[in-house]
Design a binder for this molecule. Structure first.
Ligand SMILES: NC(=O)c1ccc[n+]([C@@H]2O[C@H](COP(=O)([O-])OP(=O)(O)OC[C@H]3O[C@@H](n4cnc5c(N)ncnc54)[C@H](O)[C@@H]3O)[C@@H](O)[C@H]2O)c1
Length: 242
């Protein structure tokens, strides 16, 4: 195995599960997160085949991503051939109560990050004629009450993903999106408990997804075998649709 992945939001629920999964498959992994404790992740996740490095960066900021990419090249773990654009936030509110900063921060973190991070590594993937880009969208891209900021960003992720797939397929680079339903992570803590319980009752599977289930799909899309899956949006939602 001679593969190197970069996972944004690598200290969060889904990100951490993805980091563990890819490491167990022998990838070297860069976990990127706004939380400084991401630097301690290598001590928290031990006994894996690949090497892990935690980098603090703000994916909503292009300059921060440029400096993150410099740290990646200086680390000597090989060039990044797999990007998992996973960092995301919610700032839910009906539009009547949504202020500009709630709109702006979600669009910046959830959508601008796609460009800010991908741009740092895409030329080397083109040169190498190999790459895997995996972007985390959401079931909310279909439009969910109280999430016009998040829905717009996550629908934008799909447009970005599909355009990239058509631009880059000739270089043996795939670009796919994963669209989870509700996954058991901290991001759900901002949702009132009664609203969350009502939503869980509507999920035919009768439960939230585990982060590891999303990580399994990431690992498939990152694999050599998935080379002809390109420009897709893979739902993982326990048969739940709005
Ligand atoms: N949990 C769900 O129900 C669910 C459903 C659909 C989609 N998603 C998406 O999955 C992705 C991962 O979410 P999660 O559920 O693991 O949430 P999480 O809150 O556990 O993890 C998100 C991580 O992103 C990091 N982050 C936030 N802003 C950042 C920034 N500016 N720069 C760098 N890192 C930043 C956070 O510090 C955190 O570690 C997100 O894109 C989210 O929108 C989650």
């Amino acid at each position: 195995m001679n593969r190197t992945a970069l996972v944004t939001g690598g200290y969060g629920g889904i990100g951490r599960a993805v980091v563990r999964k890819l490491l167990s498959q022998g990838f070297h992994v860069f976990a990127v997160d706004l939380k400084p404790s991401v630097k301690n992740l290598p001590e928290e996740i031990s006994g894996s085949d690949g090497k892990l490095i935690g980098i603090v960066a703000d994916v909503s900021d292009f300059d921060s991503c440029r400096s993150m990419a410099e740290q990646v090249s200086a680390a000597g773990l090989g060039e990044v051939d797999t990007i998992v654009n996973n960092a995301g936030i919610t700032r839910d509110s009906l539009i009547s109560k949504m202020d500009y900063s709630m709109w702006d921060s979600v669009i910046r973190v959830d959508l601008y990050s796609m460009f800010n991070v991908t741009k740092q590594f895409v030329q080397s993937m083109i040169d190498k004629k190999f790459g895997r880009i995996i972007n985390i969208s959401s079931i909310s891209r279909e439009g969910n009450v109280g999430q016009c900021n998040y829905a717009a960003a996550k629908a934008g992720v799909v447009g970005f993903t599909k355009a990239l797939s058509r631009e880059l397929a000739r270089y043996n680079i795939t670009s796919n999106a994963i669209s989870p339903g509700l996954v058991d992570t901290e991001i759900l803590n901002s949702m009132p408990r009664d609203v969350l319980e009502k939503m869980i009752r509507k999920i035919p599977a009768g439960r939230l997804a585990k982060p590891e289930e999303v990580a399994a799909l990431v690992s498939y899309l990152a694999s050599d075998e998935a080379g002809y899956v390109n420009g897709e949006v893979l739902n993982i939602n326990g048969a739940f649709f709005f």
